[in-house]
Each structure stands twice: as C-alpha cells, then as structure tokens.
Design a protein around this ligand. Sequence first.
Ligand SMILES: [Zn+2]
Ligand SMILES: [Zn+2]
Length: 458
Amino acid sequence: MKTLSGIQYCALGAVEGIGASAHYLKFDRWGILLDSGLDPHLPPSEGMPEFDLIKSDPVDAIIITHAHFDHIGSLPVAIQNFSQARVYMTPATMELTEKMLFHALQLQRRLGNSNATQLYDETFLDTIHYLYQTFDYLKPFPLHGKEESQLRFTFYDAGHILGSAGILIEWKGKRIFYTGNTRKSSQFILKGARYPEPPIDILISEATYGADPIAESIHRKTEIRRFAKRLSQHLQWGGIVLLPVFALGRTQEMIMLIHQLRLKNQIPVVPVYLGGLGLRINQIYDRLLHKVYPEYNHGTIRSMVFDRWDLSKKIQGPAILISTSGMMYQGSPSFEYARELVSSPRNAIFFVGYADPETPAGLFREQRIEALTQLLQVERIACAVEIFHFSAHSHRRELLAMVKKMKPKKVIYVHGDAPALKWMLEETQKMLPDSEVIIPPHGKRIDLLPSPGGRSLC
Ligand SMILES: [Zn+2]
Ligand SMILES: [Zn+2]
C-alpha cells in the first residue's frame, strides 16, 4: 500500500459561533483530535461533535487546549469512540477538566437529563484517568509509543485561563499552530499568551472577537477606573451587584480585580458571595497558580470570598455576588438571582466577559428590555446594567498582529460567529495576500498539504 504523505483537516464541531470545538488533523496515517467540546447551547446528546465523520480514521491523540466546556464537554465520548487515543494536556488543565466533567455530570443528574447521564457516568470518568498525559509549557513531546510518526508537540501558554495552551505540532519540517482560546495581554491573574517563533506553515486560530470593534479601543486602566467607580456607587447605595461569569477563569479574575481594588481603597469592603463550582475551582487556582506564577500569594483568591451562596440564601446589600452562568442561561443561579435584583435601581448587573447575543446575558447587553421582562417574568427592569471589557480573549487587532508575525501560508479561522469569521478572513486576505485563508465548512475534509503527485486524500 502506498504511503500517503499529506495533512488533512476536518471541523467536527461548530465553526461558526462558540459551539463544540473539535478539529481533526490527519498526518499520513496518524490522526489527532484538537479539543473535544460540547455545544453549551444544546442538550448534551445534541451538542456533540460529529465523531462519525472520522470513524474510519485513526485518532492517536486527543489534545485538550483548556478546560472550558466548549473544549472538553465531549471528551468522555471521544474516548469511547477512539479507545487507542491518549489525551494530552497541561497539568492544570487535567485537574480542571476532571473537576468540570464531574460537575457537568452531577448537574445533568440534578436536571434529570437521562439522555446525558446515559452517555457516561462517574465510574467511567474515574477509569479514563490513566489515558491522561500531562506536559508543561514549552516542553516538546512525541506521539506516545508511535515515535515513527515523527509528530512532535509543544504547549504554549495561551493566557486565557489557568492551564490554557496553544499547541505547536511539528511534522516532517512543517509547523502547525492551533491557538485554542487565547489572550495576548495580561489579565488580573494571568499573563498574556506566548506564541512560537515564526515560521508557522498552518495556523488554526480562534476568532471570538472578530466582529467587536469596541474591545480594541478599550484602555484597560480607564476601564478598571470605570468599574471601580460604578461598583462603589451601587455599594454605597446599599445595592447588590451581580457579576454573571463563568465559574472557571472569569470568576477568579474578577475576584483578583476586586482584591486589587480593595488594596488600593478604590472600592468599599463589602461581602463577596460565590456559588458552588466557582469555589471548587478557586481551590485549584490557589493550589496550582504559584507553579506558573511563583509570585502568586497562596490562598489570595479563597480569602476574598466572604460566604458560599446558593439560591436559598437571602443576601443583604451592600454585597457583590459572583455567579454562574456567564451567559445567564435560564434556570442558572445568575438568571434566577437577576429576577430578584432587577426591580431596584440600587442594584446592578455587571457584564465582564463574552456572551452570545441570543442568550439572556446577550439580551441584557443589548438592552432588549421587552424580551427580558418576558423571559424573567418581571414587570420592569430598573437595575443598572453595565458592560465592561475584561475579556479572556484577544481582541481582533491582537489576533491579526499574531497572524502577521507568524506569516502562515494557510490560516483557518474557527470559534467565532459568522461576522467575526468574515472580518478576520477579509482583513487577513488584505494583510497577507499570498496566504490562503479558510473558514472551514463543518464536516468537510480539507487538504492542507496535498500528497505528492497531486493525489487528493479526500
Ligand atoms: Zn475558553
Ligand atoms: Zn472556547
């Protein structure tokens, strides 16, 4: 049998929007799955990547870039489908992934979603641990037990959440880089992303903020001052300020911002309440952060939380409540608490990260009051709604600067809504006219490096 030599790509999950991230790369007769997410907008059984598209292909490794659910949610199912595959990730991503997957299962059980809990259970999650292999940033490693593949991988700090990584794949002189989710500038805890030196032949990049012209014009210090001022105002009025955020990443970054503002006496000291999963993630951050950042003071994040919070607890203002979900999905604690809070102008909801336009958080951000009053079943919305730009993603000019520096021959944009992908495509075409820019259709195989003699691998 003739040995083919080429690189193929196939998007198994959503490309448009923040759905299930799952990208298949085939190198000759070896296959790599980059991320194994689940679409957070859909029930688990419907939000899976289409693993069937590669059921006859090899999958030797699953590389997880970070532990957000849209990148790990289908990992147990991927492992069931591709039992030969090892799972590669950073040590922090492994701990966070285990915590997130267990939590998701418990949540589905509480919701009585038997479709989801039939896919796998806690015992299965325990038994797959042996497949996990962890590697630190900048430490190259081969494909386990298949060194003849000549594949070599290196994790680069992606600056998105604890443990997040971009992955450099080197194969027969070709260099492919997948950004995962990435943030170039520092956050309140995390430092910005590091990228491999050029040349990069093929770049697979996120495009989350491709359609956001505001993020790139925000001056961080001004934004922090505005946040402190607005927060102080509501707290001085005795109000409650709700921050709907992801439990992993945003929660810890916002706690650190509040900590820093308190140290500088820029906000009043009031109780900070936090819900369930965020507290457990805090423990992992506190335990592992100093390994990445030796200057981090052990326990800072945990020490900031005044009390555990759940929906049964009545909170007296002034107080800050940090709660999932960031998108304020119906039935989530942040959604339910918003009902109690919205009728008073003393209170406020502060949005500090990304939200899909069609989610309740998106409706708040776009001030679609009528839709919100119906959804929340309230008469009026009198609380303040403030939007701050403290994202865990690079803004689009930072992404373009990264692309320009790497000068890839091919760029694949994923993880953004349609206008975001379009903007990134057009700007990249103008900036690098000799490069091919691709928005991959879901499920279609693309030859990134055709085999010699022009024979197509599709
Ligand atoms: Zn993420
Ligand atoms: Zn993501």
